[in-house]
Design a protein around this ligand. Structure first.
Ligand code: PMP
Length: 462
């Protein structure tokens, strides 16, 4: 059934495709090429599969955008939403108003938090959560009388979203060019990509030491009294699925501690089982002051995100409220009762169905099949952890030389995978996997068999 859904539709007269091109400004899309190719329209979902409007059944190897952990047909989430829609479809949580789903979800999140946390703030997207974290850093330092300690350090290739402050923290050129970003007070330190950036002969742990020293140099150069926070994804996602080298976070956290700098863990992709534990902060032994989550919080069935804050930050919020009145931050839909009910049910399913135990039972075959892709001449590196991974394409494997132009190979391979029935995502010449957490071992083999067939075809076409 998987006959070339990658072939561009011709965008004829009054088709859905032509109406799309005529009316819809897509997020993260090349609009010059979109006019020619038109959209790929997805019409249905079942388990780890989605169906498109040509009838192709495709494995969603990326769980949409790293988010549909429970696949595309979890009835319990539909029922939870329907039930709450019938009880109370909306109420806000401003000015001390509250709803039971928001209370229950906040309490549950604190119960499972990887480090002691004090309160949970709700928003609707990952960007809103990380943007809220930025405002918290500024508010906190003002409230405790350190108004100069405002700079935030993120990392080149880090991804934290697209609102003004979040996009500034994101360390990818496409998110800055033409947008007049980053804003000031946002700085970027080096990417922890051992395979790509280590010096000749440099051991993994020495590479980690060097990156921690570079961070310290940056803090020193800026003045430690001006640096308020550091933000990092435990595993970088959109920047190319970059797993931190051994001892990296241990050394980075030592530096942050030395200069009294807050640590924000952006668990928007890694949170809720992706790395084989509830939070990647457990996997990588992080001790964050704030944590952002979204995506798998509700298996993406409804938009909801959250920001955890620790007790010291909460005390600053209380102090600030005392001094200036209302804490002036929040969204119309913060703690939306239907989204909160769906998130709560998602967390229940993770427990009832043993989803994290399941991830642990299938992550070894997943990582092994991923590693096997190294047998291809143009696969330079495979990398991953838990149920997230990627392979990076290079023109010369020994010299690690990228293809020129960069990005075309990734795009071509992702298109070939689609022809073979698997949706993956090209991040430049890195091709990423992040399947629904419910994927079975058999489905993992089906997915990698298809990817190997795609890579074989692509290699012979070069
Ligand atoms: N942080 C991370 C780590 C992400 O991966 C993303 C989204 N890919 C975001 C933040 C932003 O989330 P959203 O697209 O929901 O705004």
């Amino acid at each position: 059934t998987n006959v070339n859904p990658a072939v561009a539709p011709t965008v004829p007269g009054n088709s859905d495709a032509s109406r799309d091109v005529a009316s819809y400004l897509h997020p993260y899309t090349n609009h010059a090429t979109h006019e020619q190719t038109g959209p790929h329209i997805i019409t249905g979902g079942d388990g780890i599969y989605v169906t498109d409007d040509s009838g192709h059944k495709l494995i969603e190897g990326m769980a949409g955008l790293w988010c549909t952990s429970l696949g595309f047909s979890e009835k319990r989430l539909v029922d939870a939403a329907t039930k709450q829609l019938n009880i109370l479809p909306y109420y806000h949580t401003f000015a001390s108003k509250s709803t039971n789903p928001a209370i229950d979800l906040a309490e549950k999140l604190l119960e499972i938090a990887p480090v002691p946390m004090s309160k949970v703030f709700f928003a609707n997207s990952g960007s809103e959560a990380t943007d809220s974290a930025v405002k918290m850093v500024w508010y906190y330092h003002n409230a405790i009388g350190q108004p100069e300690k405002k700079k935030i350090i993120s990392r080149k290739k880090g991804y934290h979203g697209v609102t003004v402050a979040a996009a500034s923290m994101t360390g990818l050129p496409g998110n800055h060019k033409l947008f007049d970003l980053p804003i000031d007070r946002i700085l970027h330190t080096e990417t922890p990509h051992y395979w790509r950036d280590a010096l000749p002969g440099e051991e993994e742990e020495d590479f980690a030491t060097r990156l921690a020293e570079q961070l310290e140099d940056l803090i020193q150069a800026e003045g430690p009294e001006t640096v308020g926070a550091f933000i990092a994804e435990p595993i970088m996602g959109a920047g190319g699925v970059i797993v931190p080298p051994r001892t990296y976070f241990e050394k980075i956290q030592e530096v942050l501690k030395r200069y009294d700098i807050l640590f924000i863990a952006d668990e928007v992709i890694c949170g809720f089982g992706r790395t084989g534990r509830m939070f990647a902060s457990e996997t990588f032994r992080l001790k964050p002051d704030m944590i952002t989550v979204a995506k798998q919080l509700s298996s993406a069935y409804l938009p909801i995100s959250a920001l955890f804050i620790n007790e010291a930050i909460y005390q600053a919020v209380k102090k600030g409220s005392d001094e200036v009145g209302t804490f002036g931050h929040g969204f119309t839909y913060s703690g939306h009762p239907v989204a909160a009910a769906v998130a709560l049910e998602t967390l229940k399913i993770y427990e009832d169905d043993g989803i994290i135990e399941h991830v642990r039972s299938v992550m070894s075959p997943f990582q092994k099949r991923l590693k096997d892709l190294n047998k291809f001449d143009h696969v330079g590196e495979t990398r991953g952890h838990g149920l997230i991974g990627a392979f990076e394409l290079v023109s010369d494997k020994c010299a690690k030389t990228p293809f020129d132009p960069y990005g075309a190979a990734g795009k071509a391979v992702a298109a070939k995978c689609l022809e073979h029935g698997v949706i993956l995502r090209a991040l430049g010449d890195t091709v990423a996997f992040c399947p629904p957490l419910i994927i079975t071992e058999d489905q993992i083999h089906t997915m990698f068999d298809a990817v190997e067939a795609a890579l074989t075809e692509w290699h012979s076409s070069l």
